[in-house]
Design a binder for this molecule. Structure first.
Ligand code: DAH
Length: 339
């Protein structure tokens, strides 16, 4: 084929290209490593100087024309492609918008966050422990003697023993986190432990799973005044009442001595119990290798559901876990309004 035929044939083919893919194929067929024009260029080397000059000049003209035609065709194809997409992807602005559902923060999550925030400002850090707990941390190390009736009072869910034959339970309170913390860290200690707890019980004020927040302070000069001040501060901030009255009643817990139950004076009408607390029992400190002659501690534990029900006037504990979307919409919190 002579040079002029090659040029015309190639330009015609370029004219007929219908897609960007075909375009690329043709470009390779003509200008690629083994393309028709490239091969002709290579052949130049075998020609006499005279022929080379003549052919070379002609070939350059053809190459230029082909390159230009290819560029133009590519541009046209891209434009056509864009037009097609614009036509295809039209937007009907008259369509009604899709309904927009905004989720709510569950009241228990919110109350938990509020409590963490208040204690956080007092210098407490958050500690955690497992829901499936060893009997040792849940009871024994907390000074519950074996076969002690307080063990039965907890309506414990027992699990088959673990790989190391340790008796396992679903933790009945967040107090085992005290033990885990004291075994891991040395005083001064100032932690809160929010989390799930479990007891086999079900009525308007009990669900098998509920939440507690535990507090523990251990230091060299910790006394009951610190405990009272700390809980008073918390309750007044949490219930947003700077004059809220608290009452400390003697109580009993195996892991504190003395122990107290705390009531708040509610709506000018009655005392309501909201938490248990006390000075950490010397046996508990000893179980964690902390010398009770050097260190003292106070601890407290309260039910998250209990303080949430009081603060927001929720009558039945079971409502928290019914997942009724209307209830959640009413009692839930706007995520954007969070601090
Ligand atoms: N663990 C107790 C319960 O679930 C609550 C409690 C009482 C926790 C006194 C404490 C405490 O840390 O000092 O009933």
């Amino acid at each position: 084929m002579n040079m002029s035929d090659l040029k015309h044939k190639t330009l015609e083919e370029i004219e007929k290209i219908a897609s960007l893919q075909d375009w690329e194929e043709l470009r390779v067929a003509v200008l690629g490593k083994k393309g028709s024009l490239t091969l002709l260029m290579k052949e130049l080397g075998t020609k006499s100087p005279e022929e080379r000059r003549l052919m070379g000049a002609e070939l350059n003209v053809v190459k230029e024309a082909v390159t230009e035609a290819l560029d133009l065709r590519k541009h046209q194809l891209e434009e056509a492609d864009l037009d097609a997409r614009l036509a295809r992807e039209t937007l009907d602005v008259s369509l009604p918008p899709r309904p927009f559902f905004k989720g709510k923060i569950h009241p228990l999550s919110s109350v938990m966050d509020q409590a963490i925030h208040i204690f956080g400002q007092m210098g407490f850090k958050v500690a955690e422990g497992p829901d499936i707990e060893e009997d040792f941390y849940n009871f024994t190390a907390l000074n519950f003697p074996p076969e002690h009736p307080a063990r039965q009072e907890h309506d414990t869910f027992y699990l088959p023993p673990g790989a190391d034959q340790q008796p396992l339970v679903l933790r009945t309170h967040t107090s085992p986190v005290q033990i885990r913390t004291m075994l891991q860290e040395k005083p001064p200690i100032r932690i809160i432990a929010p989390g799930r707890t479990y007891r086999s019980d079900y009525d308007a004020t009990h669900t098998p799973m509920f939440h507690q927040i535990e507090g523990l302070v251990v230091d060299t000069h910790t006394h009951m005044g610190h405990l009272k001040g700390c809980l008073e501060e918390f309750c007044r901030l949490f219930f947003e009442d700077p004059a809220l009255k608290l009452r400390f009643r003697p109580g009993y817990f195996p892991f504190t001595e003395p122990s107290a139950e705390v009531d708040i004076w509610w709506k000018d009408s009655s005392w309501l119990e909201i938490l248990g607390c006390g000075m950490v029992h010397p046996n508990v400190l000893r179980n964690c290798d902390i010398d009770p002659d050097v260190y003292q501690g106070f601890a407290f534990g309260m039910g998250i559901e209990r303080i949430a029900m009081l603060k927001y006037g929720i009558e039945d504990l079971r409502l928290f876990f019914d997942s009724d979307i209307r209830w959640l919409n009413y009692y839930g919190f706007d995520p954007e309004a969070r601090e």
